[in-house]
Design a protein. Structure first.
Length: 280
């Protein structure tokens, strides 16, 4: 159960922000991961702690009253994402959400380096936070009902105020936009697709292959390749070269079977290419 280190790294890398490995063992293996809880470190910003993530050692090792690790991901002031643990982190404490009471075992925890006074660097830090949350939900096949503030999780009500300064309706609106167009989770993506206007495949390149969209036909402009036919062949479909309804249904089913993702099947992205062909 839980997610592997490789999966957490893939989630972080998908954002396009720098990623640093700072792995430590967790408190055992997580169960089924259903969502993510958002935190801030409440570390004062001052000339004595100018570092990107001055709380890193605490997040890894813990405090006198609480052994680490204290999160799965940490966010530096620069937007850099630090990978802390794939195991259970002691971040949630006593709480409840939708009948779940074991937050540490079922929710990933993100700690954002912030003084806790409501101020965030945006960009890059708050932008990185949104993209990391979107990437996690995309990986889990879940929506924004499953990214929650620590203050919402914690019981009794009012015990925690995390994440001060983040207005969840606006935050989630941005996350929803990215989930609707997963390639846009990466901040380095240029010229995102405008709803109703299809971009040529040559402008939808991720790694060594183009992102395919429903309705595409071979030869796909990127390299003049018969990429739709290649996907169909790898999925055991008739090689028509048209991203048709049968292909949509198969891509949807195989995303669920191979990657555990609940998607509409209308996109072949880098993660799916990677799983079926190993091109990335």
């Amino acid at each position: 159960m839980g997610l592997s280190r490789a999966t957490l790294q893939k989630i972080a890398t998908r954002t396009g922000y720098p990623v640093r490995a700072a792995w430590v063992p967790g408190h055992g293996m997580m169960g089924s991961v259903v969502g993510v809880i958002l935190h801030h470190t409440a570390t004062p910003r001052s000339p004595t702690n100018p570092d990107d993530l001055p709380t890193l050692r605490v997040l890894q090792k813990g405090r006198a009253d609480l052994p680490g690790p204290l999160c799965n991901f940490a966010l530096g002031r620069s937007g850099t994402i630090y990978l802390i643990t794939e195991g259970i982190a002691f971040h949630a404490g006593v709480g409840q959400y939708r009948g779940i009471t074991d937050g540490n075992g079922h929710f990933l925890g993100i700690e954002g380096e912030s003084p806790g006074d409501g101020t965030w660097d945006d960009p890059p830090q708050l932008d990185s936070y949104r993209r990391l949350v979107a990437s996690i939900l995309f990986e889990l096949g879940r929506n924004t009902e499953w990214d929650i503030r620590h203050g919402l999780w914690a019981k009794p009500d009012g015990r925690k105020v995390d994440t001060a300064g983040i207005q969840m309706p606006q935050f989630d609106a941005k996350v929803k936009e990215m989930l609707a167009d997963p390639a846009s989770i990466n901040r380095n993506r240029k010229n995102p697709v405008v709803p109703g206007k299809r971009k040529p495949a040559a402008a939808r390149v991720e790694g060594q292959v183009p992102i395919l969209l429903a309705g595409d036909r071979d030869p796909v402009p990127f390299g003049g390749g018969n990429y739709v036919g290649r996907v169909q062949q790898l999925l055991g479909l008739p090689k028509t070269g048209v991203y048709d309804e049968a292909t949509i249904a198969k891509v949807k089913a195989e995303n669920k079977r191979l990657l555990g993702r609940n998607v509409d099947g209308r996109t072949v992205d880098a993660a799916f290419w990677d799983r079926i062909y190993g091109l990335i």
